[in-house]
Write a protein of this length. Sequence first.
Length: 90
Amino acid sequence: MSLKEWELNVQVENPVDFLSLAHHGCDLRRIYQAQDLMDYFGMLNGPTYLTLVRHFWVRAQIYDLKASQLEIDEKVLIDPSLEGKTREEM
Protein backbone atom coordinates (compact mmCIF):
# COMPACT_ATOMS: atom_id res chain seq x y z
CA MET A 1 0.00 0.00 0.00
CA SER A 2 1.45 3.30 -1.05
CA LEU A 3 0.64 6.40 0.97
CA LYS A 4 1.47 10.01 0.37
CA GLU A 5 2.41 12.22 3.30
CA TRP A 6 -0.44 14.66 2.70
CA GLU A 7 -2.98 11.79 2.78
CA LEU A 8 -2.33 11.02 6.46
CA ASN A 9 -4.50 12.52 9.18
CA VAL A 10 -2.59 12.68 12.46
CA GLN A 11 -4.71 12.71 15.59
CA VAL A 12 -2.99 14.78 18.24
CA GLU A 13 -4.06 14.23 21.82
CA ASN A 14 -2.85 15.01 25.31
CA PRO A 15 -1.95 11.90 27.33
CA VAL A 16 -2.95 13.72 30.51
CA ASP A 17 -5.76 16.26 30.25
CA PHE A 18 -6.04 17.95 33.64
CA LEU A 19 -8.96 20.16 32.57
CA SER A 20 -11.06 17.18 31.55
CA LEU A 21 -10.19 15.32 34.76
CA ALA A 22 -11.14 18.35 36.89
CA HIS A 23 -14.40 18.74 34.96
CA HIS A 24 -15.32 15.17 35.91
CA GLY A 25 -14.50 15.67 39.59
CA CYS A 26 -10.96 14.32 39.70
CA ASP A 27 -8.70 17.32 40.25
CA LEU A 28 -5.17 15.91 40.26
CA ARG A 29 -3.38 19.10 39.25
CA ARG A 30 -2.77 20.20 42.87
CA ILE A 31 -1.22 16.82 43.75
CA TYR A 32 1.23 16.95 40.85
CA GLN A 33 2.02 20.62 41.43
CA ALA A 34 2.94 19.80 45.04
CA GLN A 35 5.35 17.14 43.75
CA ASP A 36 6.75 19.59 41.18
CA LEU A 37 5.82 17.29 38.28
CA MET A 38 4.02 19.80 36.06
CA ASP A 39 7.12 20.25 33.85
CA TYR A 40 7.06 16.50 33.17
CA PHE A 41 3.41 16.60 32.13
CA GLY A 42 4.15 19.65 30.03
CA MET A 43 6.75 17.57 28.20
CA LEU A 44 4.28 14.67 27.73
CA ASN A 45 1.66 17.02 26.38
CA GLY A 46 4.27 18.90 24.37
CA PRO A 47 4.25 19.64 20.66
CA THR A 48 3.68 16.94 18.09
CA TYR A 49 5.67 17.48 14.94
CA LEU A 50 3.10 16.50 12.32
CA THR A 51 5.55 16.64 9.42
CA LEU A 52 7.97 14.33 11.23
CA VAL A 53 5.20 11.87 12.13
CA ARG A 54 3.90 11.81 8.54
CA HIS A 55 7.43 11.43 7.16
CA PHE A 56 8.09 8.47 9.48
CA TRP A 57 4.83 6.59 8.82
CA VAL A 58 5.09 6.85 5.04
CA ARG A 59 8.61 5.39 5.07
CA ALA A 60 8.26 2.83 7.89
CA GLN A 61 8.57 -0.82 7.01
CA ILE A 62 7.43 -3.67 9.21
CA TYR A 63 8.85 -7.16 8.98
CA ASP A 64 7.22 -10.27 10.34
CA LEU A 65 9.95 -12.52 11.75
CA LYS A 66 8.12 -15.76 10.94
CA ALA A 67 7.26 -14.66 7.40
CA SER A 68 10.83 -13.54 6.70
CA GLN A 69 12.23 -16.84 8.04
CA LEU A 70 9.77 -18.75 5.82
CA GLU A 71 10.91 -16.70 2.83
CA ILE A 72 14.57 -17.48 3.61
CA ASP A 73 13.78 -21.21 3.94
CA GLU A 74 12.00 -21.17 0.56
CA LYS A 75 14.97 -19.44 -1.11
CA VAL A 76 17.35 -22.05 0.35
CA LEU A 77 15.13 -24.89 -0.92
CA ILE A 78 15.21 -23.39 -4.41
CA ASP A 79 18.96 -22.67 -4.35
CA PRO A 80 20.89 -24.68 -1.69
CA SER A 81 24.02 -22.56 -2.25
CA LEU A 82 22.30 -19.74 -0.32
CA GLU A 83 22.30 -21.68 2.95
CA GLY A 84 24.12 -19.85 5.73
CA LYS A 85 23.95 -16.47 4.01
CA THR A 86 22.23 -13.42 5.40
CA ARG A 87 19.20 -11.77 3.79
CA GLU A 88 21.40 -9.03 2.37
CA GLU A 89 23.78 -11.57 0.83
CA MET A 90 20.91 -13.47 -0.77
